[in-house]
Design a protein. Sequence first.
Length: 387
Amino acid sequence: MDYNLTDEQKDLVAVARGIAEENMKPVRRQYDREGTYPWDIVRLLADAGLFGVYIPKEYGGRGMGVFELVLVVEELSRVDAGIALCLAGTALGAYPILLGGNDEQKEKYLTPLAKGEKVAAFALTEHEAGSNPIAMTTSAVKDGDSYIVNGAKCFITNGGDADIYTLMAVTNKQKGARGISAFVVEKDTPGFDFGKKENKLGIRASSTRELVFDDCRLPKENLLAREGMGLILTLRTFDATRPGVAAQALGIATGALEEAIAFTTSHPAGGESLASSQGIQHKLADMATEVEASRALLYATARMVDSGKTRSTKESAMSKLYCSDIAMRVASDAVGLFGERGCLNDYPVEKMMRDAKITQIYEGTNQIQRNEIALALIKEMAAGSSR
């Protein structure tokens, strides 16, 4: 299907695909097995200018947007979603600064992120505060010209390897949702340390760690926007970054479909290829249709986000929900088409199925996405009834 990409966007896709095929594919099994951070690939992505596609030119980026970020993440995830997450996770950490930072903060932090000189992370989740961020207990108490941070975050993508962290912490417990504020924390800040590194089912090339704050002193200049804006910044960030999770899922589904087509058209069964069976043809047709429908929804959403004409909460949730559910279904179907071989790590589809699962969970579980979508529909109906 033709999505009317510009020549610049096509070049971007070609660069991402080249790195994925030539540099990521030969080492993806190694990184999946070892669970180590792919710094060599990160440097290649940085040298290609892919870390800065969505960052304004005045801060060293390419001045593009969410749509171009989606194109890059999709292309990389087609080969390895864990390695792709190093870039996508940095975007998640960068967006609160892009949305809520002042000129000095943007210059200081976005510039090295755009060049890929530094990696970022987003710190929201706690053991007792996942889908309900208002339950977080990590606190930031004002002390003169500083804030003293205490608490812990868990399941943080790029944790331990990132240089820049956007942190959500409670500055006024009595205000509930309006009592959460956003801060920037640099890796070497005294009182900031790292806990357990998680041993995960999938996306194993991406590090996931606990963050620990023990009387960590942050200068007031590290506050983003103003006190009480943390949850608002989080929700606005998710409007822009949930399409990135959808792109990761779409890339996984596309890669699994391609592997399934290649296997069934080349593997013999009874003197003919597996793909000569009408039953398998129908399965491939369904998988391909679902992947293309995912792409159409996602691309339309990303372009909507970039237009800035209206909030995209509902559409971003739809894209994340649909693409991730399709990724899990297509990857699982691909494993089935491979038969017993699909369960062996000699073949990439078993990894793709493992990688797909997390896309249904992080940046808001798909149950939370359904809540967001339904709430938006109800509000739209109420607004229409009042006119």
